[in-house]
Write a protein that binds this ligand. Structure first.
Ligand code: NAD
Ligand code: UGA
Length: 461
């Protein structure tokens, strides 16, 4: 069998690498319109940082896994094609700021329709609105050449960044949605056969196409809702003297609730939670279900509130002014073990501090300096990119980032931050020295003994 995957990003890359590792009898070609990205996949420095990915790619690359910009040949030769392109929120027109922009999915479908000379199974791997498969089908069938048959499947991806390889190798479930026709069932069987190389058959769930598409949006909405729920309670904890970690533990030990995804934080980030919930809200509004839309909107509103609340706490603690103060930001990625900064809470924190006149010293072990500058000078973040560039310094070492600063802010929960030499850090900082732990990873009592003023999420000091 030959497989092609269109879109060599955070999902396409790790997914195809693991598939190639587990299916030596399948040849997989990962294509992208970005020649720069493909060159990186073919180099020693992969375009994304993901623990364990380098090893898998090295084992399979140019054996049964190929990275190419020759989209035409890959489509022509493939029996099965994954569409794994980005589906960002629309930035203009109908549904601006809410609906998913399907232009990349559509362009992939149009390429397939134009190039295909034999039957294809087309698999939606990107996260899409319910009934998106209908649009793909429409495009493919309207451009169908005689004798060519298309099957469309939905096969959403549930991996999380930072743990992608493990998530793919040991997936809780694989979800495949297809048409309820004999041809549809056959196509589902073929895709299932690929996953059966390493996933137990009982963990491969098959549903109708629309259930599969909606389940992906639902899963992300549920996960984000848990974070917003615990974050909402973190505000109650700070006002009452309760400790959100103790509350999360007590609540999470109820087996009906479970302990995962109850870590209060500065707010969730990442390319998908917000985008997918907005997508769900837009669908509900269009279906004339305003109460359902309003319910999910709250998950996003609570996240915005949490990011703002944390940023305000920093300013208030520093005598209500950070103007001309230096503040160290440790961690810029949206979570540990990734270099991805899409929708990271660190952007909101930095933006607020910069607007108040602070100078920032930023360190992240995996985010490229250019990426941080790009994010903080984006037109949606500032009107004066030159001013921002002057106020921001990027460091390659945490100790140099904290030197002579008034405060240190933890925005990402990188393990290495836990083991820093805080006595040394304290000595090098301005006094009084403040730590704002937006991830609740540090030993606060020890820090207080050293002399720090400590503030965190969901606990009053
Ligand atoms: P990404 O931006 O990292 O990668 C998408 C790639 O598709 C880009 O390299 C882009 O150049 C390429 N592309 C776009 N249009 C193309 C075309 N017509 N032809 C060839 N290449 C094209 O995006 P991602 O994070 O991998 O996400 C992809 C999809 O998977 C999204 O729908 C997302 O919601 C979903 N998803 C993402 C994650 C995640 O952790 N990032 C997890 C699960 C699902
Ligand atoms: C999330 C989902 O977990 C994946 O299942 C899904 O496939 C993916 O979105 C997607 O569709 O893109 P991801 O965003 O990569 O994965 O990472 P998560 O581990 O879910 O973390 C998201 C954000 O929530 C991070 O900022 C993280 O720090 C934050 N978080 C997570 C918390 O604040 N508290 C928690 O308890 C858990």
């Amino acid at each position: 069998m030959k497989v092609c995957c269109i879109g060599a990003g955070y999902v396409g890359g790790p997914t195809c690498a693991v598939m190639a590792l587990k299916c030596p009898d399948i040849v997989i070609t990962l294509v992208d319109k970005s020649s720069e990205r493909i060159a990186q996949w073919n180099s020693d420095k992969l375009p994304i940082y993901e623990p364990g990915l380098d090893e898998v790619v090295k084992k399979c690359r140019n054996v049964n896994l190929f990275f190419s910009t020759d989209i035409e040949t890959a489509i022509k030769e493939a029996d099965l094609i994954f569409i794994s392109v980005n589906t960002p929120t629309k930035t203009c027109g109908n549904g601006k700021g809410r609906a998913a922009d399907l232009k990349y999915v559509e362009s992939a479908a149009r390429m397939i329709a134009e190039i295909a000379q034999s039957n294809k199974i087309v698999v939606e791997k990107s996260t899409v609105p319910v009934r998106a498969a209908e649009s793909i089908m429409h495009i493919l069938r309207a451009n169908q050449k005689p004798g060519i048959h298309y099957d469309i499947l939905s096969n959403p991806e549930f991996l999380a960044e930072g743990t992608a390889i493990n998530d793919l190798l040991n997936a809780d479930r694989v979800l495949i949605g297809g048409e309820e026709t004999p041809e549809g069932h056959q196509a589902v069987e073929k895709l299932s056969w690929i996953y059966e190389h390493w996933i137990p058959k009982q963990n491969i769930l098959t549903t109708n196409t629309w259930s599969s598409e909606l389940s992906k949006l639902a899963a992300n909405a549920f996960l984000a809702q848990r974070i917003s729920s615990i974050n909402s309670l973190s505000a109650v904890c700070e006002a009452t003297g309760a400790d959100v970690s103790e509350v999360a533990r007590a609540v999470g030990l109820d087996s009906r609730i479970g302990s995962k995804f109850l870590q209060a934080s500065v707010g969730f980030g990442g390319s998908c939670f917000q985008k997918d919930i907005l997508n769900l809200i837009y669908i509900c509004e269009n279906l004339n279900l305003p109460e359902v839309a309003a319910y999910w909107q709250q998950v996003i509103d609570m996240n915005e509130y949490q990011k703002r609340r944390f940023s305000q706490k920093i300013i208030e603690s520093l005598f209500n002014t950070v103007s001309d103060k230096r503040i160290a930001i440790l961690g810029f990625a949206f979570k540990k073990n990734t270099g991805d900064t899409r929708e990271t809470a660190a952007i909101t924190v930095c933006q607020t501090l910069l607007e108040e006149g602070a100078a920032l010293d930023i360190y992240d072990p995996k985010v490229e300096p250019e990426q941080i500058i790009d994010d903080l000078t984006h037109p949606s973040v500032t009107e004066s990119p030159e001013k921002v560039k002057k106020a921001v310094q990027i460091h390659s070492d945490p100790y140099s980032a904290v030197r002579a600063t008034h405060a240190l802010v933890i925005c990402t929960e990188w393990d290495e931050f836990v083991d820093l030499d805080f006595k040394r850090i304290y000595q090098s900082m301005m006094k009084p020295a403040y730590i704002f732990d937006g991830r609740k990873i540090l030993d606060h009592e020890r820090l207080q003994q050293i002399g720090f003023h400590v503030q965190t999420i969901g606990k009053k000091y």
